[in-house]
Design a protein around this ligand. Sequence first.
Ligand SMILES: *[C@@H]1O[C@H](CO)[C@@H](O)[C@H](O)[C@H]1NC(C)=O
Ligand SMILES: *[C@@H]1O[C@H](CO)[C@@H](O)[C@H](O)[C@H]1NC(C)=O
Ligand SMILES: *[C@@H]1O[C@H](CO)[C@@H](O)[C@H](O)[C@H]1NC(C)=O
Length: 376
Amino acid sequence: MKYLLVFLTAVQVWRQHVGADQRGRVQLGATTILPCEISGTSDRLSQITWQRTVKGKAPNDVFLTIQPRIGLKYSNGEDLRFQLIGNFDEKNGTLKFSDVTLEDEGSYTCIFSLFPSGKQSRTSQLVTLVPPNTNLMSYTPLEGNEEVPLATCTAAASKPKAEVRWIKGSLEGKVREELSETQHANGTTTTWSTLLGKPQREMNGQSVQCVVSSETMKEEILETNIQVYYSPGEVTVIERSKDSFECAAEANPNATFAWTRGGLSPPESVIVEKGRLQFPSRNSDLSGLYQCEAENTVGKAKTSVFVHFSSEPAVACWVVLALVFVLLMVAAAFVYFWRSGKFSVLREHTPLRKEVQSNNISGEIEFSHQEKAGSV
Ligand SMILES: *[C@@H]1O[C@H](CO)[C@@H](O)[C@H](O)[C@H]1NC(C)=O
Ligand SMILES: *[C@@H]1O[C@H](CO)[C@@H](O)[C@H](O)[C@H]1NC(C)=O
Ligand SMILES: *[C@@H]1O[C@H](CO)[C@@H](O)[C@H](O)[C@H]1NC(C)=O
């Protein structure tokens, strides 16, 4: 963004022999006007000379002359950023000066060579303004009791220097700000303010704002969320359905979850997806104490859940029915053959007796106590 910011006094009163000073403030890269005019004289003008006194150049460095017929003549190399917008015949040597840099800051004098009265000059000051480069950075401290930087707001290389302050929101009273500044050789200043505090998990996600104000721009408000890294706290297991459990834990960064049964991976048929444990069937083989461990870069915590299934009721019923049916068929056949006398040999010592039993069917879930470990 490059704005034309020219703060020139509206009315210039030309005083004979005295250079009327004025201050032109222009933003870096913008265009400004270097005024130069004379009126109320009928003297003959032979030349308008522009000279400047800027850092890094000899004082009163002549950079441009304007003569009738010849027109503009640049000294020390053509600098097309200077364009004549006045009119020599009207004794007007006003220049348009574009793409102003920090090195151009200084005083600019135009000198009228008049006959017979002699020389008259006037001087204007040029001040270059530089808007800051703003930046807001938040850190990711670990939860703890030491005061550490939580966020830093920077207004870099501005001229004049920018102001940086904070709107702390819900963290008011829990954090403090520390202001620093550095001056650069090119005349700009970098200002930065750091927000310091003891990182607590309650602070995580809280928003803070940094307000940067400077002469060169409107107030700029930057916003960030405070980050605090902390280990998983309480781990909970939520029963999503009769055969699905989900492990959850508050942590930053987000925790990853690992399910085990008796220290080993859960049986292959059990679907483990992120924190979720999904039982495909209510098979008693899948019963046991399942442990969920939540872990992030800071630490870990765990909890267990006791899952108890008996044999699958529907399947057991069908198995029993099928067995009963098969036995009835066998018995019927046996009786038929027996009656027909073909089993006479066995008749005396073969009683038919068979029992089928199935387990009692019930599913139980027991939650065991919580365990927490490894938090730093
Ligand atoms: C001199 O030239 C500038 C630029 O064209 C103009 O704005 C200004 O009015 C002129 N001054 C006079 C006295 O004519
Ligand atoms: C001024 O100097 C600082 C520090 O070296 C630099 O970051 C900045 O870009 C410079 N500004 C200009 C306008 O040259
Ligand atoms: C962390 O978990 C929260 C809540 O489940 C979610 O909204 C967020 O997107 C997760 N963040 C990352 C980086 O995965």
